[in-house]
Design a protein around this ligand. Structure first.
Ligand SMILES: NC(=O)c1ccc[n+]([C@@H]2O[C@H](COP(=O)([O-])OP(=O)(O)OC[C@H]3O[C@@H](n4cnc5c(N)ncnc54)[C@H](O)[C@@H]3O)[C@@H](O)[C@H]2O)c1
Ligand SMILES: O=C(O)[C@H](O)COP(=O)(O)O
Length: 528
């Protein structure tokens, strides 16, 4: 199968080259598409790669009938409707590390330009104005830099700012006093940062909680003459409030790389001499663009050719060394889900997944997604995948729980899936046998041992002499060959199970005839 990938924003050729060379992928580079063009054309693409310019809206995603992956060559994914992508089972990947250094360097350049009026002075000079008095700046040494958001870029900025002898106070919901001590910075609340800093730089994503984080009230809390830097995302600062704070003299200046509306042109902030700005250039270096293009294109290739991705945004990221250990269990998890859904006659309300033995030691979230995918596939078909399995389960009112235990009842690893419906609890357990692949070893409380593949028949019957013979003759009369067979019972003469693997799909009529036998309570055919 050949996959079509659209590159909708300019990307470094270093990243694009491997896509071009891939035998499995056809690329189209078209960086001039309007929203309407995209809506019209997106249907034929399996992959879409963008930077921050293209807005991948819900409407575009709704028209993306074949889209499997959206790659963002950069960090921020606020230009992509993640919920819409997840709901449609489209994986979103980004390139979170490739531009950290460039963004941190740009932040420092902006801070230093701001404090020394470099852009304004240069501009004046260009206009033949030699004015040394007007452009007197301030030193940063021994002043306090407030950092809001101490992730990759915030941390890099802090370490560079320490080199400028700035004292750092930072707030991040994941920052502890201990971590701050190790970084040689001070830990504070947002209010501490706002009150104590001489310069404030924001490095958070744009989220509901960070939208207008720096607003009128925040500016009021700040020191008089504070200077602000935003090289993260437009919208973290309320631009109207900033304008007023500068006009009132509360804020002495601002350096902005990102804006609420981009492109940022004809904006009143640009009329203020205290504001310096760049057109979203934080990641615009040769090195950063090579890095992010390579990272995102590699992930797109990996995904489309069946490998696991390194930087998923709408799936928890699992380190390679852990992925390597759990990947062999993927098929087992999915098959157990596929099998079990056939035993549940009513609407599933709850799924419990028990990880035992070796599995107890592993990060099992991807296995849970595969199990749920297997369960939902019977009714939702290909619409369900790793990305949306848990979302769809939640949407259908099914609660999913993971449980871990070291006791694997004689197996080195045991994966048990249990579903609860209004009136029943059904379960199946499987293991991965060295060299033999996945095996199902328990159906409800019965012990069995079969490969979860091919045409399976589960028969619940009464443990009486002659049942197996009757069943065998009936299949023989219908030209159905039995490949493997397992029998187990709860007690002598009590409820029992037969697990058959047969060589072809059985007709419903045959299943009905089996069911009509007095000793047989239930017959379920399952094709895996
Ligand atoms: N200007 C550019 O060209 C450019 C380049 C790269 C990245 N960026 C942007 O810079 C920002 C940071 O990128 P990063 O790679 O460091 O991301 P990151 O995920 O490593 O760090 C973001 C940090 O913000 C913190 N955070 C979240 N909510 C917060 C809140 N309410 N208050 C304080 N902290 C909060 C998170 O805990 C996290 O540590 C993003 O918005 C990204 O899109 C811009
Ligand atoms: O979030 C990012 O990575 C930056 O904002 C860079 O955006 P860009 O790819 O459009 O330069």
């Amino acid at each position: 199968m050949i996959f079509n990938v659209l590159i909708a924003d300019p990307l470094s050729e270093d990243g694009v080259q491997p896509l071009r060379e891939s035998e499995d992928i056809n690329i189209e580079v078209n960086t001039d598409l309007t929203d309407a063009d995209l809506i019209q054309r997106i249907g034929k693409f399996d992959g879409l790669i963008v930077r921050s310019q293209t807005k991948v809206t819900r409407e575009i995603i709704q028209h993306a009938d074949n889209l499997k992956i959206i790659g963002r060559a950069g960090v921020g994914v606020d230009n992509i409707d993640l919920d819409a992508a997840t709901e449609r089972g489209i994986i979103v990947v980004n390139a979170p590390n490739g531009n950290t250094n460039s963004a941190a360097e740009h932040t420092m350049a902006m801070l230093m330009s701001l404090t020394r009026n470099i852009p304004q002075a240069f501009n004046a000079l260009k206009n033949n104005e030699w004015n040394r008095k007007k452009y007197v700046g301030v030193e940063v040494k021994n002043k306090t830099l407030g950092v809001i958001g101490l992730g990759r870029i915030g941390t890099e900025v802090s370490s560079r700012a320490k080199g400028q002898r700035l004292n750092i106070i930072a707030y991040d919901p994941f920052l502890t006093e201990e971590k701050a001590d190790n970084l040689g910075i001070r830990f504070g609340t947002v209010e501490d940062v706002l009150r104590e800093a001489d310069f404030i730089t924001v490095h958070t994503p744009l989220l509901k909680e960070t939208k207008h984080l720096l607003n009128k009230e925040a500016f009021q809390m700040m020191k008089d003459g504070v200077q602000i830097v935003n090289c993260a995302r437009g919208g973290i600062i309320d631009e109207d409030a900033l304008y007023e704070a500068i006009q009132s003299g509360k804020v002495a200046g601002a350096a902005m790389d990102v804006f609420e509306e981009e492109p940022f042109l004809d904006n009143k902030l640009l009329e203020l001499p205290e504001v310096i700005a760049t057109p979203h250039l934080g990641a615009s270096t040769v090195e950063a663009q090579e890095n992010v293009a390579v990272d995102v294109c590699q992930d797109v290739i990996r995904f489309l050719t069946g490998d696991s991705v390194r930087n998923p945004v709408n799936l928890p990221s699992v380190p390679q060394e852990i992925m390597y250990k759990i990947e062999p269990y993927f098929m087992l998890a999915e098959k157990l889900g596929n099998f079990l859904i056939h035993l549940a006659d009513e609407v599933i309300e709850e799924v419990n997944i028990y990880y035992a033995g070796d599995l107890n030691e592993l990060e099992v979230a991807p296995l849970t997604r595969n199990t749920v995918k297997g369960l939902l596939q019977r009714h939702l078909g290909d619409h369900v995948n790793d990305v949306n399995a848990l979302f769809l389960a939640e949407q259908k009112g099914i609660s999913v729980h993971e449980n871990k235990t070291s006791r694997a009842k004689g197996f080195t690893n045991l994966l048990t899936v249990e579903v609860k419906t209004k009136s029943a609890v059904r379960s199946v357990a499987g293991t991965l046998l060295n060299g033999l692949g996945p095996r199902i070893v328990k159906v409800d409380h019965y012990s069995v041992d079969f490969t979860p593949a091919g045409h399976l028949v589960v028969i619940h019957h009464q443990d009486q002499p002659g049942v197996i013979g009757k069943m065998g003759s009936m299949l023989a009369r219908n030209q159905v060959n039995i490949a493997t067979m397992q029998v187990d019972r709860s007690d002598i003469g009590g409820d029992a199970i037969m697990m058959l693997t047969i060589d072809r799909h059985p007709e419903q009529e045959l299943l009905d005839q089996l069911h009509e036998l007095d000793e047989i309570n239930d017959v379920t055919a399952i094709d895996l």
